[in-house]
Write a protein that binds this ligand. Structure first.
Ligand code: SAH
Length: 213
């Protein structure tokens, strides 16, 4: 169920849905998603669906991980990494692992300690070392580490937090789902003159919550 064939089938599905970046597809092909869910769910890890990871949270759907990553790196020369990326909502650590291939450094915030602890162990086991994890409310970003060339949020706030916009470098991109019962994925690009907001597609994420637990 976690064989190379099963994984290749997922890649085919993602291509059918329009994921075109070879580098993103390769990252999905090579990072073992089954290690980011409980053993009892490992057999479903290469289905294109979100799966529960405890605490009412989910590991994001592979399609959305691929799509957000592709939108984050779009226009980068092939093989050239972003310098510094911020992720809000480490969750299982799966998206973090994918991002670690596209940035020199990934800074990731999570507000649920036990999820962060598990994510840290998984990333260590995979020898992914260019990731900094912090237990904190991501709505204020991570000011000391910014500005960021990319920010990716894995949970949906009702409005885009101003601090995240403030921590974007010029030319940097923020990928964020926004809304409550109805959510839309946005890409916001910081330009010399302000922010350009692009509406991408309807999505379904867990809510962005403030405070830590
Ligand atoms: N990319 C993760 C998604 C996990 S679900 C994965 O694929 O596993 C979203 C995560 O965002 C949850 O773990 C949730 O606890 C976290 N989250 C929600 N609001 C947050 C906030 N304000 N700050 C930090 N993390 C937050």
């Amino acid at each position: 169920m976690t064989s190379q064939r099963t994984r290749d089938r997922l890649i085919g599905r993602l291509q059918d849905q329009g994921i075109a970046s070879f580098e993103v597809l390769d990252a999905i092909r090579s990072i073992p998603r089954h290690l980011f869910v409980d053993e009892a769910l490992a057999h479903r890890a290469y289905e294109d669906t979100a799966l529960p990871i405890g605490h009412n949270q989910t590991i994001s759907q592979p399609y959305i991980v691929a799509r957000m990553t592709e939108l984050l790196i779009q226009g980068q020369p092939q093989g050239k990494r972003l310098k510094n990326v911020l992720e809000i909502g480490t969750g299982s650590g799966y998206q973090t692992a994918i991002l670690s291939r596209f940035a020199d450094q990934v800074c990731s915030l999570e507000r649920i300690k036990s999820l962060q602890d598990k994510a840290r162990k998984r990333l260590q086991a995979l020898k992914i070392r260019n990731v900094l994890l912090r237990y904190a409310d991501g709505s204020v970003g991570w000011k000391d580490k910014g500005p960021f060339d990319g920010i990716l949020a894995a949970a949906a706030p009702a409005e885009i937090p101003q601090e995240l916009l403030d921590q974007l470098a010029v030319g940097g991109r923020l990928l964020i789902p926004v809304g409550e019962s109805k959510q839309v994925l946005y890409r916001v690009i910081r330009t010399e003159n302000g922010f350009e907001r692009q509406k991408i597609e309807d999505v379904k994420f867990v809510p962005f919550r403030s405070g830590v637990r």
